[in-house]
Write a protein that binds this ligand. Structure first.
Ligand SMILES: [Zn+2]
Length: 74
């Protein structure tokens, strides 16, 4: 009897962008392990503001783990 209205939600794809600068891309942070080998870590670095994030969720929320340590040592 009762036909329920079909409300198709369009929330399938949330916008993926930095919560700080709005950039739409990031890249995985690479760091050296104990053996001096460059490896991908689980951290992300925004291509826009260069902040590091623990994961994609933090990136979207703009919850940066720490500002980019730009060491000026040659
Ligand atoms: Zn950013």
């Amino acid at each position: 009897m009762g036909k329920s209205p079909q409300m198709h939600s369009t929330s399938s794809s949330l916008p993926s962008r930095c919560g700080i600068c709005g950039a739409t891309s990031y890249h995985r942070v690479v760091a050296r392990d104990g053996g001096g080998v460059m490896r991908y870590t689980e951290r992300l670095q925004c291509t826009g503001c260069s902040h590091e994030f623990a994961d994609v969720k933090a990136w979207r929320e703009g919850a940066c783990a720490e500002p980019r340590a730009n060491a000026q040592s040659a």
